[in-house]
Design a protein around this ligand. Structure first.
Ligand code: SIN
Ligand code: CO
Length: 375
């Protein structure tokens, strides 16, 4: 169990998306989520997104995984970062649960890092909200005020920055946590060999929303209404202000009609940036097979990272799973809400869920897609 020592309501009101916060001993008696050896092993896998960053003075190099061995990196000045640990390491689910006071749609991934002394990715700014939790070892963190900062060494190609004055300057120890909202410069430097974890949260940009809205309209062959006008400008080569505004009003009209945007939002927000570890069964489950397994005590588990979202006041009875809408009958709304809310179900709960034929059918689909597995 990971219990977060934080008044989450006060945090949401005063800090979330606003300002950074240091929470000493956020996880009392913090248990390491993964061992350094296991993490290094995961980064040898093709499907797992990993990188090693080497920092020596002004020299900065990134090696993308997978890795065969780490000997060439030596004993210091490097850090291994593994993205989406929650997809590949089911034991991390309980840790993520501690952050569900923030909605699932925002959750991006759990990144784990193994850092040697003097290792670090350098000073930078993220577009994402991040919680950094210290495992074994010690890392020195500085966080600066939100603002514009010069690129490191005036290099326009580098993601690194320089010249920020710390407003937080702290050595993180086991169980300590740092929250950093988007836009705040920060840097972690490793004092002793250390494990740390970053929980990242995302939010869509205008670009992403527009592009998803356009894709949705094309897929459903909707949004075909054209601009019309009742008057034309006197100057032939001019696009009048009223024509400009009326054209943009066509977009506003779509953007304010739930029928046009709900499917797009559900689909977009339920997709994952990182590859999922699908658990497709060797042989497709039938209703009989599933019922027999449940009678023998099987539990139903959702794979790590799979998003199951519902929209408040949705115009259709449906659940969005990994970018796809699954419509359902209104009479299984309670089952659907439970499936979306919980990550695992013991055999009793599963038995209850499978009593309704519609719910059973959906569970079978999810199992056969590899979105759920029996344990
Ligand atoms: C790190 O652990 O050094 C990288 C995490 C971050 O800066 O977001
Ligand atoms: Co960062």
């Amino acid at each position: 169990m990971y219990s977060l020592n934080l008044d989450t309501n006060a945090f949401l009101t005063n800090y979330w998306q606003k300002k950074p916060l240091l929470i000493k001993n956020a996880f009392p008696n913090f248990e390491e989520i993964i061992s350094p050896d296991e993490l290094a092993g995961l980064a040898c896998e093709e499907e797992v997104s990993s990188r090693v960053v080497i920092t020596k003075g002004n020299d900065w190099q990134i090696y993308q995984g997978p890795f065969e061995d780490y000997d060439k990196f030596g004993n210091s000045h490097w850090q291994l970062l593994v993205q989406a640990l929650n997809h590949w390491h089911p034991d991390s689910a309980q840790f993520i649960d501690a952050f569900r006071f923030i909605p699932d749609w925002r959750f991006d991934d759990l990144m784990a890092s193994f850092a040697t002394p003097e290792g670090g990715v350098g000073a930078h700014i993220d577009n994402y909200d991040v919680f950094i939790i210290q495992g074994e070892g010690q890392r020195h963190w500085t966080v600066g005020e939100k603002g514009q900062y010069a690129a490191k060494n005036n290099d326009p190609t580098t993601p690194l920055i320089e010249g920020f004055e710390p407003i937080i300057d702290v050595v993180l120890e086991k169980g300590d946590m740092l929250y950093i909202p988007p836009g705040y410069p920060h840097q972690g430097q490793t004092l002793t060999t250390a494990m740390s974890y970053s929980i990242g949260f995302r939010a869509p940009s205008q670009q992403e929303l527009f592009s998803a809205l356009a894709d949705g309209l094309i897929d459903s062959n909707t949004g075909l209404k054209r601009f019309t006008s009742t008057s034309e400008p006197a100057i032939a080569n001019q696009v009048s202000v009223s024509h400009q505004q009326d054209m943009m009003a066509l977009i506003t009209e779509l953007a304010s009609s739930p029928d046009s945007y709900q499917a797009m939002l559900g689909s977009m927000l339920s997709q994952n940036r990182f590859e999922l570890d699908l658990c497709e069964p060797d042989e497709s489950y039938t209703a009989d097979m599933l019922i027999e397994d449940i009678e023998q005590g099987a539990e139903l588990n959702r794979i790590g990272g799979l998003k199951m979202l519902q929209l408040e006041n949705d115009s259709v009875d449906r659940i969005f799973i990994n970018g796809e809408a699954f419509e359902h009958s209104a009479n299984i709304a309670t089952d659907i809400a439970l499936l979306a809310n919980q990550f695992s179900f013991d055999s009793q709960q599963t038995q209850k869920l499978t009593q309704n034929e519609d719910t059973l059918t959906l569970i079978l689909t999810l199992l056969n897609r590899g979105y759920f597995y029996l344990g």
